[in-house]
Write a protein of this length. Structure first.
Ligand code: FA5
Length: 347
């Protein structure tokens, strides 16, 4: 049997060399098209079979040579394909060792936390929340609350006037006057949180701008006992079962009788210190039974209806609740103070 390997040897060697040296799949395809396609150089060698004496041996030599080339081609194809895939994977690699982005988490000012807590306590007792204007008419801030013009009680809550009749409200009791007017003699059970303004000298427990929550209940058979029970429950829920509460008789033109409610000082536990001005107590609340004149002015018959009202300073409650020593810290926007406070709450 004749040996025809020499017919294919040179081209086979050349093609295998080209295949092995090719750098990309595209280059490999070009080689395939040029040499191995039907009309390619290598395939054309088959036409020489016509001249071969031993056609079977020629065919076998052709097939062997083609097999060698195909083997080299497949190996290279797989290798290049793998390289391409690896390169792609590398390009898309996510480096999980990189540090993540740090986002700054804001903290809520303790003032707002306490405002919400106060609201929650009273809502759980069946109160609804009302608001009113910060700039209000003299009628609502004073007149309807039994503080006529020239009444000396106006001096206690001196404030900023826009004109003779319009002023920054000095207490949230003005909201109660609005609500009573609109209720047209119907029972009321509300709290009214909001900002208030006074010509007060700023110190550790006083600010010229602060916030109060007003409470008002009007119905038949409301007594001082209801007021006392409500405020005691509030103080115990807000502070602790151990918080001491003191009721002192007091005077407000819009309540009769009137009381001041003090809570024992958080800083000295009643011994006396600068925070409580040496008294051992911090005033948080003014309260009393709604004055018959106030009921009458807003259309309630004092012989049928009675009610109680109270006004609590939100910052004072927050100071007690979280042991904050100076009221001015609430307004200074010092992020270190707020963050410190948040840690304290979470611990
Ligand atoms: C009043 O403002 C009354 N309207 C409260 C009231 C309502 C009494 C209904 C009766 C019936 P007083 O001036 O005491 O009362 O203020 C109430 C509370 O607000 C005080 O107990 C205190 O907690 C807070 N407060 C008063 N002045 C300041 C101030 N300058 N800075 C911070 N908190 C204050």
């Amino acid at each position: 049997m004749e040996n025809y390997n020499h017919v294919f040897h040179d081209l086979e060697t050349k093609i295998i060399e080209l295949v092995e040296n090719s750098k990309s799949l595209e280059e490999l395809t070009e080689i395939k098209n040029k040499y191995l396609s039907k009309k390619g150089e290598f395939s054309q060698l088959m036409s020489k079979i016509r001249e071969a004496q031993d056609k079977k041996a020629f065919g076998e030599a052709f097939n062997n040579s083609r097999k060698n080339i195909e083997e080299a081609y497949t190996n290279k194809f797989n290798k290049l394909n793998e390289e391409k895939l690896n390169a792609q994977l590398k390009a898309e690699e996510i480096d999980i060792s990189l540090p993540g982005n740090n986002y700054f988490r804001g903290s809520e000012n303790p003032f707002y936390k306490v405002k919400k807590e106060i609201e929650d306590i009273f809502i759980s007792m069946g109160y609804t929340v009302e608001t009113g204007p910060e700039v209000d008419l003299d009628k609502y801030v004073f007149e309807l609350l039994n503080i006529p013009k020239d009444h000396p009680a106006r001096d206690m809550q001196d404030t900023l006037y826009i004109d003779n009749n319009l002023l920054l409200r000095s207490h949230t009791s003005s909201i109660q006057a609005h609500v009573m007017e609109e209720a047209h003699g119907k029972p009321i059970k509300i709290i009214c949180p909001g900002k208030t303004y006074r010509r007060d000298d700023d110190d550790m427990t006083h600010s010229h701008q602060f916030a109060q929550v007003e409470g008002l209940v009007i119905d038949k058979n409301i007594t001082l006992g209801d007021l006392k029970g409500t405020l005691e429950l509030f103080a115990k829920k807000m502070f602790s079962k151990d918080a001491k509460v003191r009721f002192r008789s007091s005077y407000f033109p819009f309540t009769e009788p009137s009381v001041e409610v003090d809570v024992s000082c958080f800083a000295c536990h009643g011994k006396g210190c600068p925070t409580c001005k040496g008294t051992g107590w911090i005033e948080i609340l003014g309260a009393g039974m709604v004055h018959p004149n106030v009921l009458k002015m807003s259309g309630y018959d004092p012989n049928v209806y009675s009610g109680f009202a109270f006004g609590v300073g939100i910052e004072r409650v927050a100071m007690l609740r979280y042991g904050i020593d100076d009221i001015r810290r609430f307004y200074q926007s010092d992020i270190r103070f707020i963050e410190e406070f948040n840690k304290k709450v979470e611990d």
